[in-house]
Design a protein around this ligand. Structure first.
Ligand SMILES: Cc1cc2nc3c(=O)[nH]c(=O)nc-3n(C[C@H](O)[C@H](O)[C@H](O)COP(=O)(O)OP(=O)(O)OC[C@H]3O[C@@H](n4cnc5c(N)ncnc54)[C@H](O)[C@@H]3O)c2cc1C
Length: 433
């Protein structure tokens, strides 16, 4: 697996274990306070579950728009036909059985003074503590010519897994040999930093597997580098020589515009006509966080790095993709399911401590991210981090990245492709079961 020895692995495991992350003092003494969680994805489902587990007397309500959650992790494999979307879906019965009130509705206006959340369905929920984990929404105007209607129509971004994932799959499958599949990557931060490059790999895997080897995958990137670059480039050279082209830093930081009719993407340096045009638009925090004034000028929710409590309004905790956790250049937590889950556990510890009038526990955070670049070809990166002098920093020697050069590379990559599937099963169970 990664450059990871047993001692480091146990160290990482220790911080990943709920009790160790939370260190919740007198958790069971917490009063029957009302905690509302908005968003039943990785962050929100985990927060609701661990709140109820750590303090069963709490009145926990989870508000979620959809009855079924579809995991984005492993959704690129659905586009290539190497995965089934049904395996990525999960409902909320597990959380209901734990005594969490699950309300299927859309949360609208937050009143941070009265401490209420109004639901689109007409109800208003009062809270003592509010957790927001609404994921991301898109800035469609960030790419001229692209709109929400196009995303829901002929030009799916498929960056929220679901019907758009299947639509993009269909378009790939209909693409003729010799066709060009263009992926545009927004300026960071965006959810799942290796996601677009894993997608390019999966598209190439489909094309190669179906003998369409005259086709090309073009990545028009608004950035000059990307996550796990060396590992991806090694995989591309080995599995898809000449098929995937990465064009970095396109147009001084962004893809300028598209013409949906001709499926052309324009950058400052040229224009690229696509057979399949997959625009991934820039993101910002979920609309509910933005509309409540909980975001900064870049569109993300600033939080206290030690507790995940909003620095704009107290008694609101923002976790997952919506928050900005840490600062570059030292370290900022990537927007991943694994980050969302550990941030949610840290928020739970901080909420229960606050409700009990105690200081918040000192947290550690973990991120693990697998990518599958070809059938039986997986790799990963793991980091454990803590807060030091107001900055997020790596815990030395805890974590690592898959090795590039090793005689046993085929075996290791095959094992990591299996671990990726095991990782998703475990994290889905940790969050939703
Ligand atoms: C293609 C792709 C591949 C990925 N692969 C990986 C991977 O391998 N590993 C990894 O760790 N991460 C991966 N990710 C990233 C991961 O999906 C996200 O980081 C993670 O889902 C963030 O969790 P979250 O709780 O913040 O948001 P989400 O999981 O998006 O959940 C947000 C939830 O909030 C609900 N919601 C939003 N607003 C409201 C509202 N107003 N009222 C009610 N409900 C609301 C939504 O319906 C949704 O269910 C991938 C992402 C993509 C796009």
């Amino acid at each position: 697996m990664s450059q990871f020895n047993r001692r480091n692995f146990l160290k990482a495991l220790a911080v990943a274990a709920p009790a160790s992350v939370l260190h919740v003092p007198n958790a069971r003494a917490a009063s029957k306070a009302r905690v509302v969680v908005v968003g039943g994805g990785f962050g929100g489902a985990t927060a609701a579950k661990y709140l109820k587990m750590m303090s069963p007397t709490l009145d926990v309500t989870l508000v979620e728009k959809n009855k079924i959650y579809t995991s984005c992790p492993l959704s690129n494999e659905v586009i290539s036909g190497h995965g089934n979307i049904k395996d990525l879906e999960i409902g909320y019965d597990g959380l209901k059985k734990r005594g969490i009130n699950v309300v299927f509705d859309e949360a609208g206006t937050i009143d941070p003074v009265k401490k209420t959340v109004a639901l689109k369905g007409g109800k208003t929920l009062a809270y003592d503590a509010l957790v927001l984990s609404p994921g991301i929404d898109f800035n469609y105007g960030g790419v001229e010519g692209y709109t929400q209607e196009l995303a829901e129509g002929d030009l799916p971004h498929a960056y929220k897994a679901g019907p758009q994932t299947l639509k993009l799959q269909k378009q790939l499958m209909a693409m003729p040999d010799g066709g060009v599949f263009v992926i545009t990557v927004p300026p960071g931060p965006f959810r799942c930093p290796p996601g677009p490059y894993e997608r390019a790999s999966q598209v190439a895997a489909y094309l190669k597997g179906h003998g369409k080897t005259k086709s090309k995958v073009l990545i028009l990137d608004s950035n000059d580098s990307f996550s796990k670059k060396g590992l991806f480039e090694q995989a591309w050279k080995l599995h898809y020589p000449g098929m995937i082209e990465w064009i970095p830093g396109a147009s001084d930081g962004k893809v300028v515009k598209i013409d949906p009719k001709t499926r052309t993407a324009y950058t400052n340096f040229g224009e690229h006509k696509a057979d399949v045009l997959n625009v991934i638009p820039p993101h910002h925090a979920g609309n509910i966080a933005k509309n409540a004034g909980l975001t900064n000028e870049k569109g993300w929710s600033p939080v206290d790095m030690l507790t995940m409590e909003s620095t704009v309004h107290k008694d609101i905790w923002v976790v997952g993709d919506s928050c900005v956790h840490g600062d570059l250049p030292v370290y900022a937590a990537p927007k991943s399911a694994h980050s969302a889950v550990t941030q949610a556990k840290v928020a739970v510890g901080a909420i229960i401590a606050k409700l009990n009038g105690q200081p918040a526990p000192v947290p550690y955070f973990v991120n693990t991210c697998y990518s599958i670049a070809a059938p039986d070809w997986g790799f990963s990166v793991v980091h454990v981090y803590r807060v030091d002098n107001g900055k997020l920093v790596y815990v030395q020697d805890a974590g690592g990245i898959s090795v590039i050069d090793t005689p046993s590379i085929t075996t290791l990559r095959r094992l990591e492709a299996e671990y990726a599937i095991g990782w998703l099963r475990n994290i889905m169970a940790d969050s939703f079961a």
